[in-house]
Ligand binder design. Structure first.
Ligand code: ZN
Length: 237
């Protein structure tokens, strides 16, 4: 028996936890940023004993899950019509669509000025906005990351492969193989929030889990990271 799944309850919530037995002395539980919950148990511990012990830690597990769940964008249903507000670097800009021969969008003053052959083509308007964000995100995110990377390299971090992509559920991630993914929608957030996400993921190059070491490093580099994270939680995309 190497691993098994248990379910524990906390109020009206249920948590699925994967248990792995190994040669450790104590039971430990980890909530991962992707919301998986795993536990390591000493060899010979019975499933029911483990379940009872985990139940005692349910409120802690719930808090951890809550923490990771909120590291996510708030999506807003958008219509892509004139007058609608869209964000860039934490500021609001009004979308203004007018007829034009070529489809294009530019940020001018307080407006996203869009030209469309067919001003009612919302699919096209949406595609134009997505392209605009994605192009600006790739440039900005890679520049910001390059700025912070040397400090992490000095601490022994490997040079990550950076990918930018539109994601619905998260702002960023860092894989064990050193791939940092950043959500292109981040450019809608204020720059100090963008930097928080980038530095958060860079910290994962050294410490893959949200453990003491991770938060110690994050706090040393960004003493106000909690404020930035709080602000980020209010960002709509
Ligand atoms: Zn993280």
């Amino acid at each position: 028996m190497n691993s098994e799944q248990v379910e524990i309850r906390f109020g009206d919530k249920r948590f699925q936890i994967k248990i792995v037995w190994n040669h450790r002395k104590r039971l430990s539980v980890t909530v991962h940023p992707d919301l998986r919950i795993t536990a390591k148990a000493p060899a010979g511990y019975e499933l029911e004993v483990i379940r009872q012990r985990l139940e005692k830690r349910a409120s802690w597990i719930a808090r951890q899950l809550d923490f990771f769940e909120r590291f996510q964008p708030l999506p807003l249903a958008r219509k892509f019509v004139s007058g609608e507000t869209h964000y860039y670097l934490g500021r609001q800009y009004r979308l203004r669509i007018r007829p034009g021969e070529k489809a294009r969008v530019r940020l001018i003053g307080r407006f996203f000025e869009m030209e469309l052959p067919d001003t009612g083509n919302r699919e096209k308007a949406r595609a134009l906005m997505l392209d605009w964000y994605s192009a600006h995100a790739k440039d900005l995110l890679s520049r910001r990351l390059a700025q912070y990377l040397p400090a992490f390299e000095k601490m022994g971090a490997m040079v990550p492969e950076v990918r930018c992509r539109r994601m619905k559920k998260r702002w960023g991630s860092c894989s064990g193989k050193g791939v940092i993914m950043l959500n292109t929608e981040l450019v809608k957030a204020p720059i100090h929030c963008i930097d928080y996400v980038i530095i958060h993921e860079l910290c994962h190059l050294l410490y893959p889990h949200h453990d003491k070491n991770f938060y110690h490093l994050l706090g040393r580099i960004l003493p106000d990271w909690e404020k930035r994270k709080e602000r980020l939680e209010k960002v709509v995309i």
